[in-house]
Design a protein around this ligand. Structure first.
Ligand SMILES: NC(=O)c1ccc[n+]([C@@H]2O[C@H](COP(=O)([O-])OP(=O)(O)OC[C@H]3O[C@@H](n4cnc5c(N)ncnc54)[C@H](OP(=O)(O)O)[C@@H]3O)[C@@H](O)[C@H]2O)c1
Length: 304
C-alpha cells in the first residue's frame, strides 16, 4: 500500500495533540463524528491519530465512529512515543513499550491491524535499530501494515535508513516551514519514502485568522498552545500573509484553500487539522486548485 493524498488529522479530538494539560478538551465526540462523517463523505478515507492524542480519546472517538458507521476501506495511521496518561516517565520507543502501547491503540480503535504505525518522535534513550526491528516484527506478524517516522530530521532519517526503510515521513511542512526542502525531501524521494506532512496551515496561521496588531481570536490555538508558532508573530510573516490574501482573492479561493493547495502541489499529500466540520471546506476546495510549478514558486516567494 502507498500512502499518498489527504489524511484527516484527528489531533484535535478530545484534546490539543498530546498535551496532557488539554486532555478532555478540544473537539467533543459529537464534533469529531461530524468531522469524520464529512471527511468520509467527501472521499477522505485516511485518518491520522496517535495513542496520546487527547489521552487516548482521539483513538476512542475513531473506534466508536468505526463501530457506528462501518466504513469499508478506512486507512488508519496511529503513532507511539508520548504518554497516553500524561506520565512524563512513560514515553519512548523501547520495544516492550511499543508492544504495550499498540495493544491499547488496537483496543481503542477497535481493529486488529493498523495500516501505518509511526514513531511519533525520536527517542534518544532507545537505539533506533531496536525500534525498527520491533516495527518490522509487527509487520511480519500482520499487526501493522507498514511503519514510518515523524519529527525526524535529516540525520535521524539518514540513521533510520541504515537499518530499514520507512514507508512514510510525517514532519511539519507548509509555506511557513520549508526546512525539509534542504535534505529531507530529496532523501525521501531517492528512497521511495512518502512525505506527507502535518501542519499544512501552520496551526491556522495560513488561514489569515491572525491579523497584524489584533488580538488572537478567543479559543484559537495561539491562545491555547502558542509555543510552536510564536516565531510567526513577525512583520515579514504578516507581509507574506497579505500577499497570500491578495493572491487568494484574485483566484476566488480562500487563503487556507490556497495554502493547502500549495502543499499538495509540493509533496505527496498532507494531514489536515480541522477543528470543526466547516474547517474542511478549504481542504476540499484545495483539491480543485491547480498550481503550476511557476505558480508554486511565486506563491512560495511571498514568505522568503
Ligand atoms: N506528528 C506530529 O508530531 C504532529 C504534530 C501536529 C499535528 N499532527 C497531525 O497533523 C494534523 C494536522 O496538523 P496541524 O493541526 O498542525 O494542522 P494545521 O492545518 O496546520 O492547523 C490546524 C489548525 O488550524 C486552524 N484551522 C484549520 N482550518 C481552519 C479554517 N478553515 N479556518 C480557521 N482556522 C482553521 C485550527 O486552529 P484552531 O485550533 O485555532 O481553531 C486547527 O486547529 C493533526 O490533527 C494531527 O493529526 C501531527
Amino acid at each position: 500500500m502507498t500512502f499518498h493524498g489527504i489524511a484527516l488529522g484527528c489531533g484535535n479530538f478530545g484534546g490539543v495533540g498530546s498535551s496532557p494539560a488539554f486532555f478532555g478538551q478540544g473537539s467533543t465526540e459529537e464534533e469529531a463524528f461530524a468531522l469524520m462523517d464529512r471527511a468520509w463523505e467527501n472521499g477522505i478515507h485516511w485518518f491520522d491519530t496517535a495513542d496520546a492524542y487527547g489521552g487516548g480519546r482521539s483513538e476512542s472517538f475513531i473506534g466508536r465512529w468505526r463501530a457506528a458507521r462501518k466504513p469499508e476501506g478506512l486507512v488508519l495511521t496511529t503513532k507511539v512515543f508520548n504518554s497516553t496518561v500524561g506520565d512524563p516517565a512513560d514515553v519512548g520507543l523501547a520495544p516492550d513499550r511499543i508492544r504495550r502501547q499498540i495493544e491499547g491503540s488496537l483496543g481503542r480503535l477497535g481493529v486488529d491491524r493498523i495500516d501505518l504505525y509511526l514513531a511519533h518522535e525520536p527517542d534518544p534513550r532507545t537505539p533506533l535499530e531496536e525500534t525498527i526491528a520491533c516495527f518490522e516484527r509487527l509487520v511480519d506478524e500482520g499487526v501493522i501494515g507498514a511503519w514510518g517516522l515523524s519529527n525526524f530530521d535529516l540525520s535521524g532519517l539518514a540513521e533510520a535508513l541504515r537499518t530499514g526503510r520507512p514507508a512514510l515521513l510525517q514532519n511539519p511542512y507548509s509555506l511557513l516551514d520549508r526546512t525539509d526542502e534542504h535534505g529531507v525531501l530529496p532523501l525521501c524521494e531517492a528512497n521511495g519514502i512518502s512525505y506527507v506532512p502535518f501542519g499544512p496551515l501552520s496551526g491556522g496561521w495560513l488561514t489569515g485568522k491572525y491579523r497584524r496588531g489584533e488580538p488572537f481570536p478567543a479559543g484559537s490555538r495561539m491562545t491555547l498552545r502558542p509555543e510552536p508558532y510564536e516565531q510567526f508573530v513577525d512583520d515579514a510573516v504578516f507581509d507574506g500573509l497579505d500577499r497570500l490574501r491578495d493572491e487568494a482573492e484574485s483566484r476566488g479561493v480562500s487563503m487556507a484553500g490556497l495554502a493547502f493547495a500549495w502543499v499538495l502541489a509540493s509533496v505527496d499529500g498532507a494531514v489536515c487539522g480541522p477543528n470543526r466540520a466547516e474547517h474542511l471546506g478549504p481542504i476540499l476546495e484545495a483539491r480543485g486548485v491547480a498550481l503550476s510549478p511557476v505558480d508554486r514558486e511565486r506563491i512560495g516567494s511571498f514568505f522568503s
